[in-house]
Write a protein that binds this ligand. Structure first.
Ligand code: GRF
Length: 201
């Protein structure tokens, strides 16, 4: 059984898709907490309505990024968390945090990594003029959206796409692959060899 925390800063649609998949598929995952770093983030209300305890840990209450990361790690460890899903968490976790949960942190990113890491991935894809974009679920390492890739899904870029229309279509795929990746992790079907993630039958 995984003891999972979901870290989110915004609307929380991926958080909802993870919670719903755990319930629907009866996955061996206990969702211990939703944690945000933004006051009034919509994901908090969504977590409440799903019956998941939610917490707000604000960067302004800490004197450095390092202290924030440390407090967050300790908070999660006290709650018995062993696995973390980042779902639109607007915060780059430092190396020490990552090493405390190595191989146990997942992230979803709205591009086909390694293309367009960082902020506004959909805008980057449109500006570059790619014909195909998509989304990626990956393990988190010390870099920016750079850890080993678990699953990817493609989405065509259409002639009249705006950032909004492309983001919307990518989000549909995000809600498919993130729960699927969590399921694979929970069932012990992911084996990592360096950058390669093998999916066991
Ligand atoms: C998603 O596009 C995700 O890929 C990115 O942040 C966004 C979060 O959306 N990391 P939501 O809060 O899950 O709706």
């Amino acid at each position: 059984m995984l003891n999972l925390a979901i870290l989110a800063s915004g609307r929380g649609s991926n958080m909802v898709s993870l919670v719903e998949a755990v319930k629907k598929k009866d996955l061996p995952v206990k969702i211990v907490a939703v944690v945000t770093n933004k006051i009034g983030a919509p994901c908090l209300d969504k977590a409440d309505s799903l019956g998941i305890p939610s917490y707000c840990l604000l960067p302004k209450d800490f004197s450095s990024r390092f202290e924030y990361d440390q407090a967050l790690a300790e908070f999660l460890l006290e709650k018995g968390v062993d696995t973390i899903c980042l779902a639109g968490f607007m915060w780059l976790l430092g190396a020490e945090f990552v090493s405390r949960f190595r191989g146990r942190i997942l992230n979803i990113h709205p591009s086909l990594l390694p293309a367009f890491p960082g902020l506004e991935a959909q805008k980057q894809a449109l500006s570059y003029g790619v014909k195909i974009s998509g989304c990626t679920v990956h393990f988190v390492d010390e870099g920016l959206d750079s850890g080993p890739i678990i699953l990817q899904e493609t989405v065509p870029v259409l002639t009249f796409d705006t950032v909004e229309s492309l983001s919307e279509r990518i989000l549909v795929k995000e809600h498919e692959i993130y729960p699927r990746a969590l399921e694979l992790l929970a069932l012990g079907k992911l084996k990592v060899f360096g950058r390669q993630v093998e999916i066991m039958k």
